[in-house]
Write a protein that binds this ligand. Structure first.
Ligand code: ASP
Length: 332
């Protein structure tokens, strides 16, 4: 049998963590993880590389760029890449990688676990096995593998702090499931890639995400202007509602759009799409030039805005970028 060549890039996370006096910290290396995957060496030709040793709370835009560069430098030499990563910010990483690395010719699969690999009841070994199976599938793109499910990278959301079923594919079907038939890929929902792989890794991290609460004082937005934020995302109510009586958020947002600072409005609801054209409050905001996130996850909206602002500060171009589906992140 010709074994598939898989690269395992380790970045830390619970999966690689060990007990310390200060709590769990990443310490196990990629080679150690690899030795514990049942049947790994029999089925795959594996190369390991430790690139970071971080709890994913410490994974930030600089690390995203670093991870993307590692993938870009390696993708031509392997049939697939598995990245181990902490679960806390994994969905942000899979979202940004989906924008930074388009038209990949191989699968890049991110996984982790809720319990360290060394725990007797760990979910790490199973998750690694699912990730390796997906990495060997030949299906190109960025994916997240967890608890017998394969999720398109830009649709993943962490929905549980401790449960093994920690991730969901939000507003999008699962790309794959694992059962006694093996790995079942739903080919109909895979994005259409076209052209050569590109690395677009310049980011602008001056993006602020704010969740509305009833009565939120619009003055907070003046502060964001003073702090020179280049883009704002508002998780508004329901389909995209914002208050304007007594505390007029909507007029305040115009201050941003007039200065060419993009304001993206999404929903606090996890499921289904925001649509500002339904209610008066939404329509008022649309007239002031806000951008709709529709059915994007918050993780995808935040990273897409950082990525878009990394390419241009031109408001019209940002609007165009948000109106484009790059990796399956939005249903226009
Ligand atoms: N705090 C850990 C991390 O994100 C949690 C995990 O990996 O599950 O690195």
């Amino acid at each position: 049998m010709n074994k598939k060549k898989i690269l395992l890039l380790a970045t830390g996370g619970t999966i690689a963590s060990m007990e310390s006096e200060e709590g769990l910290i990443p310490g196990l290396d990629a080679e150690y993880l690899c030795r514990h995957i049942t049947g790994a060496s029999e089925n795959y030709d594996i190369t390991t590389k430790d690139i970071l040793h971080l709890d994913s709370s410490n994974i930030q835009p600089e690390e995203w760029t670093f991870i993307a560069k590692n993938v870009y430098e390696a993708y031509k030499k392997y049939d697939g890449i598995v990245i181990t990563h902490g679960t806390d910010t994994m969905a942000y990483t899979t979202s940004i990688l989906s924008f930074m690395l388009q038209n990949l010719s191989i699968p890049v699969v991110v996984t982790g676990s809720q319990l360290p690999l060394t725990h007797p009841l760990t979910d790490a070994i199973d998750n690694l096995r699912y990730a390796f199976a997906m990495a060997a599938s030949g299906v190109p793109g960025i994916f997240l593998a967890f608890n017998r499910k394969i999720i398109l990278g830009c649709r993943a959301v962490k929905v549980r702090t401790t449960g093994f079923d920690a991730f969901e594919s939000v507003n999008y079907p699962y790309v794959g499931t694992i059962d006694s038939n093996g790995l079942n890929i739903n080919h109909k929902v895979l994005p259409n890639w076209d052209g050569d792989c590109t690395l677009t890794d310049t980011l602008c991290s001056d993006v602020f995400l704010i969740k509305l609460t009833p009565g939120l004082d619009p003055k907070i937005f003046d502060m964001l202007l003073q702090l020179n934020y280049k883009g704002i995302i508002i998780e508004a109510f329901g389909a995209g509602g914002l208050h304007y009586i007594r505390r007029d958020l909507i007029s305040k947002l115009e201050k941003f759009t007039q200065k060419g600072i993009p304001v993206v409005v999404s929903s606090q609801c996890l499921y289904e799409r925001s649509d500002l054209s339904i209610y008066q409050t939404g329509k008022m905001a649309l007239k002031r030039g806000v951008i709709q996130a529709y059915d994007m996850t918050t993780e995808a909206a935040v990273t897409k805005l950082m990525w878009a602002l990394g390419q241009t500060l031109d408001a019209e171009k940002i609007i165009k970028i948000f109106g484009t589906n790059y990796a399956g992140e939005i249903t226009i």
